[in-house]
Design a protein around this ligand. Structure first.
Ligand SMILES: [Zn+2]
Ligand SMILES: [Zn+2]
Length: 78
C-alpha cells in the first residue's frame, strides 16, 4: 500500500506510487526523509529515530555520544 497524507517535513500532500515512505508513524516524501543533521537521504538506509527526528547512523552515534547515552530507537531501514 502506498502511504498517503501530509509529509511531516514539508507539509505537502504525498501522492503517487513510490513517492512516500512512513517512519516513526509519520509520512514523508522520499526526498524529504533525510538525516536531521547532514540531510543525507535515509530511504533504504538504516536510520535512528530520536525525539521523532531521523538520523543517519553516523550522525546518530555522534549526537548520542555527546549526550552520553543512546536513547534512540533503530529504524527499520524503510
Ligand atoms: Zn515533503
Ligand atoms: Zn547524518
Amino acid at each position: 500500500s502506498n502511504p498517503s497524507g501530509r509529509c511531516a517535513r514539508c507539509g505537502e500532500n504525498v501522492v503517487g506510487d513510490g513517492t512516500g515512505c512512513v517512519a516513526m508513524d509519520q509520512v514523508f516524501h522520499v526526498p524529504c526523509f533525510t538525516c536531521t543533521t547532514c540531510h543525507a537521504r535515509l530511504r533504504g538506509q538504516p536510520f535512528y529515530a530520536m525525539e521523532r527526528r531521523a538520523y543517519c547512523e553516523a550522525c546518530y552515534v555522534v549526537s548520542a555520544g555527546r549526550r552520553g547515552s543512546l536513547p534512540g530507537e533503530r529504524g527499520l531501514g524503510i
